[in-house]
Design a protein around this ligand. Structure first.
Ligand SMILES: [Zn+2]
Length: 235
């Protein structure tokens, strides 16, 4: 076991549970808490200088997001990135994101479209400002969250949420190609344009193409980076 990472005591305003969740999520996404790190409630509560109940709640939310996993007999830990598992996850994600885009197109109104375009504009601005990975990935996640919420199907939402969370987490930890954020934004734009034209089939095809291209890019990146990453939790 590596020594426990030191998290700074929580400061700031707002609901303690939300701040605890945000701090842990950030620590996972910026690799302060690397894959496989145990998420011990008493230990995290001590480091963050908060009581145990907001930490317990935050860990449940992280599991729901796919950023943490319940490990039998060990409590929760930060999700590990397993390349073969990830490939299988992306096969399912491709189908479900396509379905989400198709259903969302059927339901989309002017407000919804404006919201999606707003996310694209923020993403564009973040790229132009050379924002950090975490900020760009947050915008990417917001885009997909909005699409699946517009789809308006609770079963699809329940199936897709943890898959999307784990996929994005994997992207974050494995894939840092310089051109990748620009490609993702272009593909998001193609999805929104198809939705705006009111063609559900075209929207479905565009969303599926985005995920399948992500899978290819991820495969290229993992060919370079998978080996050292995989060794990491036990090193
Ligand atoms: Zn995306």
């Amino acid at each position: 076991m590596p020594p426990a990472p030191r998290l700074a005591p929580l400061t700031g305003e707002g609901l303690l549970a939300d701040r605890t969740y945000a701090a842990l999520k950030k620590a996972i996404l910026d690799n302060t808490l690397p894959p496989g790190t145990s998420l011990s409630v008493p230990e995290l509560a001590r480091q963050l200088d908060v009581s145990r109940s907001p930490v317990r709640e935050a860990v449940q939310r992280l599991i729901h997001d796919g950023l943490a996993t319940h490990a039998p007999h060990r409590g929760a830990e930060v999700s590990r990135v397993d390349i073969d598992d990830l490939r299988q996850l992306y096969v399912v994600r491709e189908q479900l994101e396509g379905l989400a885009a198709r259903l969302a197109t059927e339901h989309l109104d002017g407000d919804g479209l404006a919201q999606l375009r707003g996310i694209l504009a923020e993403h564009e601005a973040a790229l132009a400002a050379d924002a950090d990975n975490a900020a760009q990935i947050e915008l990417d996640m917001r885009f997909h969250r909005a699409v699946r919420e517009f789809a308006g199907n609770p079963h699809l939402l329940a199936a897709l949420e943890p898959i999307a969370g784990r996929s994005h987490f994997a992207l974050h930890s494995l894939w840092r190609g310089a051109e990748a954020p620009r490609l993702a934004l272009d593909e998001h734009r193609a999805v929104v344009d198809a939705m705006a034209s009111g063609d559900p089939e075209m929207a479905e095809a565009a969303a599926r193409r985005h995920i399948s291209r992500l899978r290819v890019r991820l495969g290229q990146a993992t060919a370079r980076e998978a080996a050292p990453r995989r060794l990491r939790p036990s090193s």
